[in-house]
Design a protein around this ligand. Structure first.
Ligand code: DGL
Length: 273
């Protein structure tokens, strides 16, 4: 039986999952978080199901060494490829970002025309199509893989003409399809939300699944009586960050995304898990 004071484990292939962490911190500020970013092996989005599942298993094992009470797969690619397998293998609750994102998008669309931008893996899996159509069979969905967005974000080119130019090329066919809602189906993409929003125009609602994921996490913890109601005391090491590559770059990025003051991150040899 998990302890409600135990931390929440969160992982992604890199820094994208911090957009989910940011939302969890906002919505359930008493929780402790252990974050793992697989910065040595990013991107996941062009890798096979087998590889992404193997990587995800190792990360889950690592997070479990921290006694986490639940795991949030803050990566659409790992949610699409590995979540079902992981769910069968562990005895703590685990949630992904795709289902909450699909729910938010199905509710947001007014004209029934929806776009999804994500990695090649997520688009190829058609997982968003499946979940959205289960909720609302009358919507039409356009999927577009945007493989260059993840390296652009990992390189910190968040406000850059190169990012704008590539976004224009990727998004032009979605503009032509008259969608009114666009799912940012990769946790890296909210970091270039302003570029995407400028190109799509203000008539298109951008859905960031992070918000709904944090809501679903809170509801799940509450239902299982696992929500931490006590504020963690000073020096409790509330937020811990681990990466599989060098820590300096990660700390710089993390501090630009999370206004919390992340002073340290530790390197982990994830292949050992
Ligand atoms: N941020 C991840 C996602 O949500 C993975 C990006 C990648 O590593 O390709 O899909």
């Amino acid at each position: 039986m998990s302890d409600k004071n135990a931390p929440i484990g969160v992982f992604d292939s890199g820094i994208g999952g911090l957009t989910v962490v940011r939302e969890i911190m906002r919505q359930i500020p008493n929780e402790k978080i252990v974050y793992f970013g697989d910065t040595a092996r990013v991107p996941y989005g062009n890798k096979s199901r087998e590889t992404v599942t193997r990587f995800s298993r190792q990360i889950v094992r690592f997070l479990q060494t921290h006694g986490v009470k639940t795991i949030v797969v803050a990566c659409n690619t790992a949610s699409a490829y590995a979540l079902d397998e992981l769910e069968k293998e562990i005895d703590i609750p685990i949630i992904g970002v795709v289902k909450p994102g699909a729910k938010a998008a199905a509710q947001a669309t007014r004209n029934g025309k929806l776009g999804v931008i994500a990695t090649e893996a997520t688009i190829g899996s058609r997982i968003y199509n499946q979940y959205i159509q289960e909720l609302n069979p009358n919507v039409t969905i356009w999927g577009k893989a945007c493989p260059l967005f993840v390296p652009l974000v990992e390189e910190g080119l968040l406000q850059d003409p190169v990012t704008d130019e590539i976004a224009k090329r990727y998004l032009s066919e979605l503009i032509d399809s008259d969608i009114d809602t666009l799912i940012l189906g990769c946790t890296h993409y909210p970091l270039i939300r302003s570029a995407i929003g400028r190109i799509m125009g203000e008539q298109v609602t951008l859905v960031n699944p992070a918000y709904e994921t944090a809501m679903e996490l809170k509801a799940m913890l509450t239902k299982r009586e696992l929500l931490n109601t006590d504020a963690p005391g000073l020096g409790s090491n509330q937020y811990q960050f681990y990466v599989s590559d060098t820590t300096d770059k990660f700390i710089r990025f993390a501090n630009s995304i999370i206004k919390y003051g992340i002073l340290s991150a530790k390197h982990v040899n994830i292949e050992e898990y």
